[in-house]
Every structure is written in C-alpha cells, then in structure tokens.
Design a binder for this molecule. Structure first.
Ligand SMILES: Cc1cc2nc3c(=O)[nH]c(=O)nc-3n(C[C@H](O)[C@H](O)[C@H](O)COP(=O)(O)OP(=O)(O)OC[C@H]3O[C@@H](n4cnc5c(N)ncnc54)[C@H](O)[C@@H]3O)c2cc1C
Length: 512
C-alpha cells in the first residue's frame, strides 16, 4: 500500500472528493479516481469496520461462506467483476473456460436435484421439470411487455398467476396432482422472490421487468470468498484513503463551507458524520444502499433532494433476501446432490396466505443449496426472501435451528434426522447501513426512476458542478441488484468527475 501523504503534497488546488460507502461501487470509484493525477485528495468514508458492504465472506465451518453476494452472474467478457476476478486470479480454471463463458442460462436458477414434499414423500422429477418449464417459460414471456404502453396487469406476479390459472383449468390430472403442481409452482415463486429480493412478485413491475439484462456465462463462485475481490481493490488504494467507522449523518450541499486550515478556500459540500466530524469537499459520490437512503431520506441531505429524486427513491423497490447456513456432521443427501427443493403441499400461488408469520415463516424458504468444498463438515445454504425473511431475523439462532430441524425431519420423512450442529445466517434487513438486500423495479416505478436516482446534483447548472454524484447497484438501469452493476456505477461516476476536471482525459470506457 502506498501512503496518500506524498500524493497530497502540493495539491492544494486539487478537488477534494469524498466517497460515502466502501462497498464495491465506492471502492471501484475510488480506485478509478486514485489512478488519475487530478484526484490526490480522496477519502472513502465507511460506516462500518470493514470494506465490501454486501460482499461479505466469513470464515466458518472450516471454510468460507458468503453472507452477501454469492455468484458472479453472467461471468463472461462483458462482466467487469468477472474480468477483475480473473485478473486477480480469484477464479477456478473451469470458470474461466470459453465454454462456461458462452453458456446461456437465461438467468434462471438450475433445476433441483431433489424435491421434498411436506408430506415426507419426494415429488416426481417429471412433475418438477414440467412445472419449471411452465414457470420459466412465463418468466421469459414477460419480456414481451417491455416498453408496452398498457400491460394487461401491473405486476409480474399477477401476470404469472393469470397465465397459470388459465393453464391449470385444463390440466387433465386428478385433484391431488393438480394441487401438487400448484405447490411446486409456489416454490418457484419463492425462488423468484429471492432472485428479485422482494416479498412478493406482485410488487415487481411487469413492463420494465425485461430491462434487467442477463449476461452469458454459467454463474460461478469465488473459491477463496467474494471478498477477495474487494480486498484486492482496497489493497490497490493508498493506505489512508478509507476511513472506517465513519457513518455519514448529513450531506450539506449547495453551500459555501470553510475549513480553518484551508485559508479562505470555500467548498460547496460539507459532509457531517454521526460522531460530529465534518469533511468539506468539492464532490461527494454517495454509494449508500437504497434501503438506507429510503430510511434516512428526510435527514441525509440538506437542503433536501429535489422532489423528483426523492419521489424516485420512495417508489423504487428494495427488499430482503437472506441466507441460512446449516452445518451437519453427516450428509442426509446423496453425494451428487446440489440443490434440495422444499415443496409445501398446502400452498398455491393462487391462494393468499393468512396465518401469522411465526407459524409459517419457514414455508417461504426455497430449500437448500449443498455447499461444496468443506473438508470435514457438510453445509447447506437456505435462501429466504420477503417479510418472512425479515421475521426470521428477529428470531434467535436456537429458534431458527429448531424450526429448520423440524422442517427437515418432516420433508425427509425421517423423525430421527440428527439436528444440524450449528446455524449461521445473514440479517440484511436489520443491518443499519443496508436495511435490506437489493433493489428491484417496483409497481409504480420504471427504469426512468433508476436514471433519476443516478442523476448528479445540482441539475440546474449552478457554479459548482457535480456536488453530489450517485452510485451503487440501485443506480444501474440494466444490471441493478448485482455486483457488476454496482462496480460499473462506481466507475461511471468516477469517469464523470474525471471528464469534468480533465476534459482531455482518455477514459477507459465502460469496461476495464
Ligand atoms: C444475500 C445477498 C445475496 C446476493 N447475491 C448476489 C449474487 O449472487 N451476485 C451478485 O452479483 N450480487 C448479489 N447480491 C447483490 C450485491 O451484493 C450488491 O448489489 C452489491 O454488493 C452492492 O454494492 P454497493 O457498493 O452498491 O453497495 P454496498 O455493498 O451495500 O456498499 C455500500 C456501503 O455503504 C456503507 N454505508 C451505508 N450507509 C453509510 C453511511 N451513512 N455512511 C458511510 N457509509 C455508509 C455500507 O456500510 C456499505 O459498506 C447479493 C446481495 C445480498 C444481500
């Protein structure tokens, strides 16, 4: 690590830039700016004690687990996270292969290896394959509504249910099989809620849904942990650029702020931290999660944001997806098993749930991925989205472990199934500087709201330009909710500043 002290020498007139948030968007922006000679006065203010944000790998069970981002979605040449990870040699040989990079998955989750029903009997593979093909066929069809003026229904969920209701009317099977088919479909709805980070697909807008862009490539993971990526970016920054445990309270802008030590110089922005520390700046790149912005909208900016931007923030969707890891001494699954689906036979996407969350929260769990690469233990990773996921965060580890042991005993039909040895879970909704998992385009909003959020301030050509810039996954119109969307947004805003301060600069373009 180089020190920024030397860089700051003789740089009295260089612009002061602050980046708020040390996730991949903020780190990406900082790395880009640090490489440019016009920005020797740069600081990243991070609220927590660590960098990476929603990229969070933890050593556990004798290996590494991901509490946040799990896969590189679409690892191929057009994906900057894939390119960086490859450059830093963080990926497996097979994930770098051309064959993997060219594979088209359509962004759909793979088929389960086994589907356990809540009656303790496995659901036939044939029926699961038939329902998966129906469900993902309908998901693909939603693209037809992109940019359409009048869609038949407002949400993806309502569209899926309308089509399923029609088809179900002509299913030839007996009542029991028809019910089972709907229960399997309900499980796919739960998966889709995890993918979109939402409580219900009824909250996800139909028309703009197809704007999310899936890159080619077979999703891959980081053998040493996703955080290796953000650690590498961080290591390339001068030592004292990142300030940890510095939560920002308010960004004061459109002002004329002075600092005792900078003789007479004024700054249009003043960043005030929760501990009272104040940082004057010419430019601030805000990369805090949309969940945090929603919660603190009234106090985080002074003067408040223009109405259109505040409205976009209110309308955009930001929900919860959590992971629950269970550690077992012995596997109860087959050696080649990768994904265990759980099907609650009394559920249907066509019926609303009415029971209290404490009685049914676990029914939202999609099932479990079998995590490879643990030497002496066996680890499953469950995914759960929505209000049930937020309720799960309020329970103790013991309660979660007990409920899931009961679920597993019930679906495997083995009342003696040994309880997991331990549990570890994420709690993204309770995390004060995140308040959820990732963004989606909610009913009542469109991709234009994403662009609105990404617009720098002020918008009226005031003397001091680009006082506040906005980056983070929720500001990328086609790659929102991903690490590559977040990274690209950080680069976009860094390039915007570079273009302002050095109009002759040769920008590297949107990729590396
Ligand atoms: C459970 C889960 C699974 C996911 N799976 C995937 C996946 O498989 N693939 C994928 O591509 N993406 C995935 N994502 C999404 C991905 O992790 C995010 O899109 C991406 O990491 C967001 O990066 P960011 O820099 O925009 O925000 P963040 O990583 O959230 O960074 C924002 C930073 O701002 C800091 N901050 C907040 N408030 C303040 C404040 N007031 N002052 C100072 N600092 C502040 C936060 O502490 C944080 O460090 C997943 C996310 C979750 C939660």
């Amino acid at each position: 690590m180089e020190s920024s002290e030397g860089r700051a020498e003789g740089s009295g007139r260089a612009p002061r830039v602050l980046v708020v948030g040390g996730g991949i968007a903020g780190l990406g922006a900082a790395q880009r700016l640090c490489r440019h000679p016009a920005f020797p006065q740069l600081r990243v203010l991070e609220a927590t004690a660590r960098a990476g944000g929603r990229i969070r790998s933890e050593r556990c069970f004798g290996g590494v687990v991901e509490l946040g981002a799990h896969w590189i979605h679409g690892p191929s040449q057009g994906n900057p996270v894939f390119q960086l990870a490859a450059k830093y040699q963080l990926l497996r040989e097979k994930d770098l292969s051309e064959e993997n990079q060219l594979t088209e998955t359509g962004g759909h989750v793979g088929l389960p290896s086994v589907s356990y029903g809540s009656s303790g009997v496995s659901v036939s593979r044939e029926l699961v394959v038939e329902m998966a093909s129906l469900f993902y066929g309908l998901i693909d069809q939603t693209r037809e509504f992109l940019h359409m003026a009048d869609a038949p229904v407002p949400s993806v969920g309502e569209y899926l249910k309308k089509e399923i209701r029609q088809r179900a009317a002509s299913w030839p099977e007996d009542e029991e099989t028809r019910k089972l088919k709907l229960a399997v479909l309900n499980s796919f709805f739960n998966v889709e809620c995890c993918v979109s980070g939402t409580h219900s697909m009824d909250l996800v807008a139909l028309v703009p849904f197809g704007e999310y862009t899936v890159l080619p490539g077979l999703d891959c993971t980081f053998p040493g942990g996703y955080q290796g990526l953000t650690n590498h970016i961080m290591a390339s920054l001068p030592e004292d650029v990142i300030v940890f445990n510095k939560p920002v309270k308010t960004v004061h802008w459109n002002g004329s702020f002075k600092e005792a030590s900078s003789l007479g110089e004024t700054f249009p922005v003043l960043v005030e931290c929760e501990d009272g520390a104040c940082f004057p700046a010419h430019h601030v790149i805000v990369t805090v999660p949309l969940g945090f912005l929603k919660e603190h909208l009234d106090t985080f900016f002074e003067p408040p944001l223009p109405t259109e931007k505040a409205e976009a923030i209110r309308k955009m969707g930001f929900g919860t997806n959590n992971k629950i890891f269970l550690e077992f001494e012995e596997p109860f699954w087959e050696p080649d098993c990768q994904y265990i689906q759980v099907v609650w036979e009394d559920t249907s996407p066509l019926e609303d749930v009415t029971s209290e969350l404490r009685h049914i929260w676990f029914k939202k769990l999609i099932g479990f991925l079998v995590l490879p690469s643990f030497e002496s233990v066996h680890v499953l990773c469950g995914f759960i989205a929505g209000l049930e996921s937020e309720f799960m965060e309020s329970l103790s580890d013991e309660d979660v472990l007990l409920s899931l042991t009961q679920v597993l005993r019930r679906v495997t039909g083995n009342a003696q199934l040994p309880a997991p040895r331990s549990v570890l879970r994420s709690r993204w909704h309770s995390a004060p500087y995140t308040r959820g998992s990732y963004s989606y385009v909610a009913v009542g909003s469109t991709g234009d709201d994403i662009d609105q959020l990404a617009q720098p301030l002020p918008t009226d050509g005031a003397e001091a330009q680009l006082q506040i810039l906005f980056a983070g996954e929720a500001t990328h119109r086609t790659f929102y909710s991903t690490t590559h969307g977040a990274l690209l947004s950080g680069w976009r805003e860094a390039d915007r500043l570079i273009a302002l301060r050095d109009p002759q600069a040769q920008l590297p373009g949107p990729w590396l």
